[in-house]
Write a protein that binds this ligand. Structure first.
Ligand SMILES: Cc1ncc(COP(=O)(O)O)c(C=O)c1O
Length: 338
């Protein structure tokens, strides 16, 4: 088996919980939650799994710093900075726009962890990757060994974290007696869902002997229109599974749906009321950028089904604190974006 470099950070496996309380609030039976809000590094969330493989790769390549792309509210950027600093790598974060006021908690955490922030001055989010590549070239010419990372850590290497998460949840589902499910997950850069897809299609853990599983995987896109992201996700999943055996006993089909609602990083009064009610009923923290959008899509637009529903909670706790600490409509960080 091919084992890529990997730096363990997360407390795994994260719990798979049967949550009739949330199911009732969303008008669903047989409702389960995969608690990747509890990944256990810094404040947790889905990106911790991604960072394990990116940092492992950076270390394996003897890089001495990371140049990563991430806007002011990027959970990925702050979590990656925290991990890099703790493992001896300097971090530069390239953000779009200009320095925001008020400062989102994610940005403050990244800075406190040691990130130097560079702003591109443009509201176009795609300026970040160009600026990061240019900066990496300059740094190389100065004798540094930078490891450039696009938004969300969405590379084939980063996706490996979620390819392994697919194996993890498969084992948990077998123990729970579930062999057919609809899995819903919020999608930003698409790196996490690409990894999950790879992990349901290809063998990453020698678990081809696991019991059969039928998965309907639904990604709820919260920032870009689905048609702008579908092919990218598909290509990344295939790149991630390259040279691996196809899993014979998992049937997986996937789709990407539009959950942008009020727009990326924006929420309206209905979004706020929806997540507040869900938080009161479940005790979970639910952000309006990712999980609130995906759960709202699930409540309103997922057709009723007899299959078990598995909602993949991706974290976002700092955005909950931002919103509750500074409740404004639209949200203060919508200087976003293209
Ligand atoms: C809390 C949270 N949920 C979901 C996502 C989306 O994950 P991905 O970018 O891998 O699609 C992100 C991305 O940063 C995130 O921070």
């Amino acid at each position: 088996m091919i084992v890529p470099p990997h730096l363990p950070l997360a407390a795994l496996p994260t719990p798979l919980q049967h949550r009739p309380d949330l199911g009732a609030a969303l008008g669903r039976k047989a409702f389960w939650v995969k608690r990747d809000d509890l990944t256990g590094h810094s404040w947790g969330g889905n990106k911790v799994r991604t960072i394990e493989y990116l940092l492992g790769d950076a270390k394996a390549q003897s890089c001495d710093m990371v140049v990563l792309c991430g806007g002011p509210t990027s959970n990925f950027a702050a979590l990656m900075t925290a991990a890099c600093t703790a493992h001896g790598l300097e971090t530069v974060q390239v953000s779009y726009g200009t320095e925001p006021s008020p400062k989102p908690a994610a940005l403050a955490v990244g800075e406190a962890a040691g990130a130097t922030i560079r702003y591109t001055g443009s509201v176009d989010r795609s300026t970040m990757e160009d600026a990061a590549d240019a900066l990496a070239d300059v740094l190389r010419a100065q004798g540094r060994r930078p490891y450039p990372v696009p938004r969300g850590g969405a590379t084939v290497i980063g996706a490996l974290g979620y390819a392994h998460a697919a194996g993890e949840v498969r084992r948990q589902l077998r123990l729970a007696g579930i062999d057919a499910l609809t899995l819903v997950i919020p999608v930003g850069s698409g790196g996490s869902i690409a990894g999950l897809l790879a992990g349901f299609l290809f063998d990453f853990e020698g678990d081809d002997k696991e019991s059969p599983l039928d998965v309907e995987l639904i990604g709820v896109s919260v920032s870009r229109p689905p048609e702008a992201l579908r092919d990218e996700i598909d290509a990344k999943a295939r790149g991630c599974g390259e040279r691996r055996l196809r899993l014979a006993n998992v049937r997986c089909r996937w789709e990407l749906v539009d959950g942008r609602g009020a727009g990326f990083n924006r929420y309206d009064a209905d979004d706020a009321a929806f997540v507040d009610e869900l938080m009161r009923r479940s005790g979970l923290l639910i952000d309006t950028t990712y999980n609130g959008k995906a759960l709202r899509w699930l409540r309103d637009l997922l057709p009723q089904t007899d299959r078990s529903i598995l909602y993949w909670h991706t974290g976002g706790a700092l955005a909950v604190a931002d919103r509750l600490g500074s409740p404004r409509h639209p949200s203060p960080y919508h200087q976003e974006t293209k």
